[in-house]
Every structure is written in structure tokens, then in C-alpha cells.
Ligand binder design. Structure first.
Ligand code: MLC
Ligand code: AMP
Length: 449
């Protein structure tokens, strides 16, 4: 008998508000009944997509897919036509839940089917590389189980917790940790719809998740921050937590946040432990079963490589890209630059490529935004960079050669074509992009924005 991935579904104590998503509550029994109905309808499908807005329906859809052993492809709800069509075409999702298959949280069905194989794909999450369109990261059930068990161990995360967050349900942070984590540990979940300081303060949780932008907004509202003093653990991840935000969180809540590090391809691999030394700038130790190594480039820093049970199964339909992501001896190249202290704790100090931008915790490929801009008839050249930004970590800035179009036109074009969070926040118009003798654009030579 295979261990169940969602251990707490249909087992353990239940409450009418075991899960609240954007103000709507469900018991675990209700979730199971509704998800069974979805699973019965989609059993045997190759894969299914769902418009992953912050709603109980999204949770029902994802759990339905997991129960049926059908990989789920979450679509960003604000994805424009180009991004949506790419994901649907690339993933070859057969059905869109909520569109081709009804999603009704009031439905109840039984289902008796064996637990799918642990090696089977659970999710296909689309994430950006430096160039080209996003790739589908195939995440096996076993990686999710191992990753969540490792985090439960590191954070002393149990059924007694109430987890609070308001992160998007189409990425690892909000969906795998923030929803499946609650369904594996059996803790209550309050998804606040949006990750605002006021909503976090009102939720009364014991365990809070946020990207650094969320924590930086929390500390700018001291009364909201103080309301989190009673929480057991505040966790930050998806991008580096700025030192002043760490300091202000400690001053306002009386506790230091815990930082953890991961990627869509690897899930969370390194974390500070709840009972460990919560040092600013440190992401702690590898999770159980994870190994890390540095390919040193001098000065005690280098590219971080990882291996272990939380890794993805490959990029969907892209064996070359998958192979290129690994070293010859089987380690995954993260592309992040790190340092490892003598006590084994890790610090993330940067990224090898400046063409992967992290803005508000979202990973955005410069190439993807450049291609979107070049699809606009008025644009003849485009170079996109991520510049330091107090609130977002990095902000997307586009340099273009274009005629007869305004900055706002181009911002709206990208927001409507790809998705809202991929839009440049600023656009600068140039007569020509700086290029080297080979004609290759030189982003280092771009003028200040
Ligand atoms: C603004 N809007 C526009 C627009 N300009 N809409 C269309 N066109 C335009 N030109 C509107 C939108 O409609 C939307 O409105 C609103 O602006 C969104 O605002 P925003 O400024 O883009 O959002 P912001 O407030 O800046 O978002 C901050 C944030 C968000 C922190 C809430 O960045 C976020 O949720 N980040 C989380 C990312 C994440 O989960 N990453 C994890 C990746 S996994 P409206 O009305 O709809 O609000 C990973 C692994 C790991 O990294 O380690 O975890
Ligand atoms: P994504 O693919 O969206 O999952 O983004 C993964 C990337 O987020 C990693 O490669 C890192 O660059 C970054 N990241 C995640 N967590 C942290 C962290 N705690 N500190 C710094 N960077 C992080």
C-alpha cells in the first residue's frame, strides 16, 4: 500500500473551516467530496489545466487531479492570450477544469481508487528561463511528499498549526507549501485572497508564509506587524529578505523570521529550522535527504548545485533543456550563487544570470518580456533588465527602440499579452541599443533608468 500524498484528507480531526480561501470556508470532508467528483470525471485524462485564481474551486480542482493521478497545470488567472495559449499548447492539457469540467464545491462524491504511483506527475508548473517562453516543470508526487515532510520537520509544522498566507496558487510557494502543505500536515489553512498586511493581521494564525515584498509591506504597517506577535513562526522565501525588513520584523513582532530557499524545479531544499539559529541573510541547512555543493568561483562563493528527493522529473517535452540543467554527475544547477558557512548554513548571494528577474517573488525571464515587446508593431529593439527596487526586490525595466507608442501603451501591452506581474514598471526609449562588435546587445552599457 502506497502512502497517501494528502495524508490529512479524509483522516484526523475536521472542522467546518479547515480551509478558508478568500473568505469561503470548507471542511476537509467537503473538500474531499467535491474533489472526488472532479477526480471521477477526469480519471484517465493525460493532464488538466485550471485557471488558478485564489478560490476554493482552485483547491478542489488541484486536489481532484491529485486524487485521480492526473497532472494539473495551473494557469495564472491574469495570463494574457499569448501566455495562456503557450501553456495550454505546450502542456497538451486535455481539459480545462471549471470550463470543460464543472467545479462545484457543493458536490459530494465517493471514490475508491488506489493511490497513484509516487513517481507519477502531480503538477506541471510553468516557469521562466532566461530566454524563450516558460517551460513546464514536471513535479512528481514523491517530490512533494518529501519536500513537505522535510519542511514539517524543519518548522515543527503540525496539525495544531493554523497556516496563513495570501500567495498565488499557481506557483510552488502558494500552492505546494501553502495548500498541499496544509493537506499533508492536517493544519488549518487561511488563504487571505491577497497577501495584505491587514488580512495577515486579522487571520490569527500560528504559521505565516510570505515573499519578501509581503513582509516589507507588513513592517510598513506597524500595527499589522504587531498583530503577528502571537504567531509561532513567520517564514520568508522566493527571494532574498532585505536586512532592514528582517530587523523591523524582529522589532515589531518580537521574533526573527525564518528564511528558506528553493526553486520550482527543486521545491524547497534549504531552510532555517524553527529551533535553529535565525540569522539575517542565512537560509539555513539542507532539508532531510537534500545534498548541496558549491562550484566555487573564488572568495568562498560559487554556483549552488543540489540533489535529493525533492527534485523535478524534467521540463515537459524538453529533454535537452532537462539534461542541460544537470551536471554530468547528476547534480541540478540552480543558477544561484551561494556561500556555505563552516557550520553548514547557506547564504544566497545572487544569481549567475542577470536575465532571470525576481520581482515581488515572481521569476520572470528577460527574454520572455523582450519577445512580448517585440510583438508590438511599433517596437524594433528591446532589452529588459531587473533593477533594484525597495518594495519588489527588483523591478522590470524595458529599454526599447520604438516609434509612435507611449510608455503606458507598452506596459499595458505586456500586461495584457503575458500576465500583469510580467509587465515592465518603466520603459525607456533609446535611439539604438548598445551593441558589441558582433552586434549583440550589451545590457551592461544601458544608460541609467
Ligand atoms: C496594474 N494592474 C494592471 C496594470 N497595472 N493590470 C493590467 N494592466 C496594467 N498595466 C493591476 C492588476 O490588475 C492587479 O489588480 C494589480 O495591478 C496587481 O498589482 P501589482 O502591482 O502587479 O501587484 P503588487 O501589489 O505589486 O504585487 C505584490 C505581491 C505579488 C507581493 C502581492 O508580487 C505577489 O503575489 N507575489 C508572490 C509571487 C510568488 O508567489 N512567488 C513564488 C514563486 S515559487 P487587482 O485588482 O487584480 O489586484 C518560488 C519558489 C520558492 O519562488 O522559493 O518559493
Ligand atoms: P522560482 O522558480 O519562481 O521558484 O524561483 C526560484 C528562485 O528564487 C531561486 O533560483 C532563487 O533565485 C530565488 N529564491 C528563492 N528563495 C530565495 C531566498 N530565500 N533567498 C534568495 N533567493 C531566493
Amino acid at each position: 500500500m502506497t502512502d497517501r500524498l494528502l495524508t490529512a484528507l479524509g483522516a484526523g480531526a475536521d472542522t467546518p473551516d479547515a480551509l478558508t480561501v478568500a473568505g469561503r470556508a470548507l471542511s476537509r470532508e467537503e473538500l474531499l467530496g467535491a474533489a472526488n467528483a472532479v477526480a471521477n470525471r477526469i480519471a484517465g485524462a493525460r493532464s488538466v489545466a485550471v485557471r488558478a485564481d485564489a478560490s476554493p474551486e482552485t483547491v478542489v480542482a488541484v486536489v481532484g487531479g491529485l486524487l485521480a493521478g492526473v497532472p494539473v497545470v495551473p494557469l495564472p488567472p491574469d495570463a494574457g492570450p499569448a501566455e495562456r495559449e503557450h501553456i495550454l499548447r505546450d502542456s497538451r492539457a486535455e481539459l480545462i477544469l471549471g470550463q470543460d469540467v464543472p467545479l462545484d464545491v457543493r458536490e459530494r462524491a465517493d471514490r475508491s481508487a488506489p493511490e497513484p504511483d509516487p513517481g507519477a506527475a502531480a503538477l506541471v508548473l510553468y516557469t521562466s528561463g532566461t530566454t524563450g517562453a516558460p517551460k513546464g516543470v514536471v513535479i512528481p508526487r514523491s517530490a512533494i511528499a518529501a519536500g513537505l515532510d522535510g519542511l514539517a520537520d524543519a518548522w515543527q509544522w503540525t496539525a495544531d498549526d493554523t497556516l496563513v498566507h495570501g500567495l498565488p496558487l499557481f506557483h510552488v510557494h502558494g500552492l505546494v507549501l501553502g495548500v498541499l502543505g496544509a493537506l499533508r500536515t492536517g493544519c488549518r489553512l487561511v488563504h487571505t485572497g491577497r497577501p495584505t498586511p491587514e488580512a495577515y493581521a486579522a487571520a490569527g494564525g500560528s504559521l505565516y508564509f510570505g515573499v519578501p515584498t509581503v513582509w516589507s509591506r507588513v513592517v510598513r504597517e506597524p500595527s499589522a506587524a504587531r498583530a503577528l506577535s502571537g504567531a509561532r513562526l513567520l517564514v520568508s522565501g522566493s527571494a532574498a529578505l532585505p536586512a532592514p525588513v528582517f530587523r523591523d520584523l524582529e522589532a515589531l513582532t518580537g521574533q526573527r523570521p525564518v528564511e528558506r530557499y528553493g526553486m520550482t524545479e527543486t521545491l524547497i531544499t534549504v531552510s532555517t529550522r524553527a529551533d535553529g539559529d535565525r540569522r539575517q541573510g542565512s537560509v539555513g541547512l539542507p532539508l532531510p535527504g537534500v545534498r548541496t555543493r558549491l562550484v566555487e568561483t573564488g572568495g568562498g562563493i560559487g554556483e549552488l548545485e543540489v540533489r535529493g528527493p525533492t527534485l523535478f522529473a524534467g521540463y515537459l517535452g524538453r529533454p535537452e533543456a532537462t539534461a542541460a540543467a544537470y551536471t554530468a554527475d547528476g547534480w541540478f544547477r540552480t543558477g544561484d550563487i551561494a556561500a556555505v558557512e563552516p557550520d553548514g548554513t547557506h547564504r544566497i548571494v545572487g544569481r549567475a544570470s542577470t536575465d532571470l528577474i525576481k520581482s515581488g517573488g515572481y521569476r520572470i525571464g528577460a527574454g520572455e518580456v523582450e519577445n512580448a515587446l517585440l510583438d508590438h508593431p511599433a517596437v524594433t529593439e528591446a532589452a529588459v533588465v531587473g533593477l533594484p527596487h525597495e518594495d519588489l526586490g527588483q523591478e522590470i525595466v524595458a529599454y526599447v527602440v520604438a516609434d509612435g507608442v507611449t510608455e503606458q501603451d507598452l506596459i499595458d501591452f505586456v500586461a495584457g499579452h503575458l500576465s500583469v506581474h510580467k509587465r515592465p514598471r518603466r520603459v525607456r526609449f533609446l535611439d539604438a541599443l548598445p551593441r558589441n562588435a558582433m552586434g549583440k546587445p550589451q545590457k551592461k552599457l544601458l544608460p541609467p533608468a
